[in-house]
Design a protein around this ligand. Structure first.
Ligand SMILES: Nc1ncnc2c1ncn2[C@@H]1O[C@H](COP(=O)(O)OP(=O)(O)OP(=O)(O)O)[C@@H](O)[C@H]1O
Ligand SMILES: [Mg+2]
Length: 634
């Protein structure tokens, strides 16, 4: 008898559907706030009790729902947002399935009250998860909609058991509201929990107000350490803020990405951003960012996940490339720049960070080379450049100089018993300060002294600069090594004994398909069976790597993202270690010209704001900050 086919009751069908959409109060808030946004509201109030399990009330001032449509609003597959498949393919609204209210009302006690713009009275429907046939009655309500949802999972006890503590549920809920509030600055949001106001965010139209909202929702320190991004190319626009590597997190908990205004968690996006940070972030640290990607809605499919948290890009590779290149460049551009207002602080418990230079290139195509040339500041001809460290000039390195340079770095790492420069006679003691002419003052100023053999103390136009000598030199050496190795190209070497690798058939296919890509990276593979490949040749710098693991990982990258930067990453790790050993150690006395040369090199070097491990290399304390410290001018 039970094995006969029959139609599910609407209620059960909705409850099953609800399983995909409603897992906890936060999901309900997401759906209801999205509905309010779709209705054009610019004020949204969210009240929650007991983590949202007992009660959720979302009130908006949007266009409301007409009396006749009210019962339909709660039925499944009923929507005002799309009519045809074409609409779906270019959908601009957050909702489109006509499913949220039906699902929510099947597992809660729901009351919807709404008044349309032209209507002179409001109407109300209620649903208690039972018959799903709603009755409409008159009510009092201003233009807009209020949805009240009580007793989540009151009729599905098994699912109620999966709810966590009030505190946990509320923190999920708050996080959801934060994400939505970051998606629409023009909308005011109020969030209350058990009667207490948690957030009261007014609509923000000016840049400064938007930044304030970000600071309030994430962390004020994030805004202080963020690089602003604004870039348009190939029909894609990326805006927002990325945290400096010196502001990294132990968890991936400050990552906000929006595609056409929709909150999205996407593997491809995460991968591209991680890759952009790879060279500046220490292992296990996570970047912080708030980024908005805009593109033609036709180029992205939002209908791939029940909670719409994932999207599918029509040209994933283009998006990946664009994200990576844009962010990689933005991070490379972070270096001392006198033009920028001081952002560094000393008095915040080690959270100090360099002043930012975030020159953005104007909108243009994604031509190769576009990202490689940095705008050089014009202080390179500064007389202080005549330093006596091994890195006198910042100009290009010829391939032949590489091995020479590597040797030089090797010798640098030997602890010296005497100052680096033997004849530092008279010029070393002459403080290289320009004649109080701020115009000629380079961003990091001129060295005054060395502190305990660790820090360089310098004076610039804004006040005092403190540089971690070793960290700074390490970054400069590292960037140099990369440049040198880049120019030399990848040196590849056949393995004495080729290694056979057992892989899946798909992986073996990929190995064949990407043979050229591998070759470009110095890896020569041959397929020797349906499920095995032979590694014939690998780059010299990879000699110490676990090659089998590396190749397997690369295959999986290539299959997923169409590109892999693992060889580069491993090579950089090797160079980073070399740079660390090849950099000036603490307790080495530097002469003033040496110190000045280091400062000039920092100014000219990409990513010099942090060392290879993501720690800051320098910090600034301005005169006003010093004055404040000494209660001057109070
Ligand atoms: N706050 C609101 N203001 C005005 N209309 C609303 C509001 N909430 C819901 N509606 C109306 O009710 C309909 C059903 O809402 P529901 O959230 O169930 O579906 P949807 O938003 O169309 O699609 P999705 O299931 O993807 O969210 C909407 O299409 C909209 O017309
Ligand atoms: Mg909806």
């Amino acid at each position: 008898m039970t094995s006969r086919i029959h139609l599910l009751s609407p209620r059960l069908a909705n409850q099953i559907a609800a399983g995909e959409v409603v897992e906890r109060p936060a999901n309900i808030v997401k759906e209801l706030v999205e509905n309010a946004l779709d209705a054009g509201a610019d004020r949204i109030e969210i009240d929650a009790e007991q983590g949202g399990v007992k009660l959720l009330r979302i009130r908006d001032n949007g266009h409301g729902i007409s009396k006749d449509d009210l019962p339909l609003a709660l039925s499944r597959h009923a929507t005002s947002k799309i009519i045809t498949l074409d609409d779906l393919e270019a959908v601009g609204s957050l909702g489109f399935r006509g499913e949220a209210l039906a699902s929510i009302s099947s597992v809660t006690r729901l009351t919807l009250t709404s008044r349309e713009q032209q209507a002179n009275e409001a109407w109300q429907v209620t649903a208690e998860g039972r018959d799903m046939v709603a009755s409409v009655s008159p009510a009092a309500h201003p233009v807009g909609t209020t949805i009240e949802v009580r007793d989540l999972f009151f009729n599905t006890p098994a699912r109620r058991k999966f709810l966590r503590t009030e505190k946990t549920e509320f923190s999920h809920l708050e996080e959801t509201v934060n994400r939505l509030a970051l998606s629409r600055y023009d909308v005011g949001f109020t969030l209350r929990h058990n009667g207490k106001v948690i957030h009261a965010l007014r609509p923000a139209s000016r840049d400064i107000d938007r930044e304030k909202r970000v600071a309030q929702l994430l962390n004020p320190a994030f805004m202080d350490s963020a690089v602003h991004i604004e870039r348009e190319a190939a029909g894609l626009t990326l805006q927002g803020w990325v945290g400096l590597p010196t502001f990294s997190r132990s968890q991936a908990d400050m990552q906000y990405f929006f595609v056409n205004g929709r909150v999205v968690r996407d593997k491809l996006v995460v991968h591209a951003i991680k890759q952009a940070y790879r060279d500046v972030l220490y292992h296990g640290r996570h970047p912080a960012f708030v980024l908005y990607l805009w593109l033609d809605p036709k180029l992205v499919d939002v209908n791939v996940h029940p909670t719409k948290h994932e999207v599918r890009f029509r040209d994933g590779r283009l998006v990946h490339d664009y994200l990576f290149r844009t962010l990689h460049k933005a991070l490379a551009d972070v270096r001392p720049d006198a033009q920028q207002a001081p952002g560094g602080r000393i008095d915040d418990g080690g959270q100090g960070h360099p002043v930012l230079a975030h020159t953005q290139s104007p909108a243009s195509g994604l031509e190769a080379g576009e990202f490689s040339e940095q705008t050089r500041l014009n202080w390179q001809a500064s007389p202080a450049n005549a330093g006596s460290l091994n890195y006198t000039g910042s100009s290009g390195v010829s391939p032949s100089a590489v091995s020479e340079q590597l040797q030089a770095y090797q010798s640098l790492s030997q602890p010296l018993s005497q100052p680096l420069s033997a004849d530092n006679g008279s010029q070393a003691v002459a403080p290289m300060l320009p004649q109080s002419d701020d115009e000629d003052m380079p961003p990091l100023g001129f060295a005054i002294a060395q502190l305990h053999g660790i820090y360089i103390l310098a004076q610039n136009a804004m006040g005092m600069v403190v540089v971690d000598m070793h960290a700074a030199h390490e970054r400069i050496t590292y960037e140099r090594l990369k440049l040198a190795v880049d120019e030399q190209g990848i040196q590849s070497q056949p393995l004495l004994v080729p290694e056979t690798l057992a892989v899946s058939e798909r992986e073996a296919d990929a190995a064949e398909q990407y043979a050229e890509e591998f070759q470009r990276l110095g890896v020569v593979l041959a397929r020797v069976g349906p499920e095995s490949i032979l590694i014939r040749q690998i780059p010299v710098l990879l000699q110490q790597a676990n090659v089998a693991q590396l190749i397997t990982d690369m295959l999986s990258d290539l299959m997923q993202h169409g590109s892999s930067d693992r060889i580069l990453a491993f090579r950089n790790e090797v160079l980073s270690t070399m740079a660390c050993h090849g950099s000036v150690r603490a307790n080495r006395k530097l002469t003033l010209p040496e110190m000045n040369a280091l400062l000039r090199d920092m100014e000219a070097t990409e990513r010099s704001g942090q060392c290879n491990h993501g720690r800051p290399t320098w910090t600034q304390m301005t005169m006003p900050e010093l004055d404040k410290l000494f209660l001057r001018g109070r």
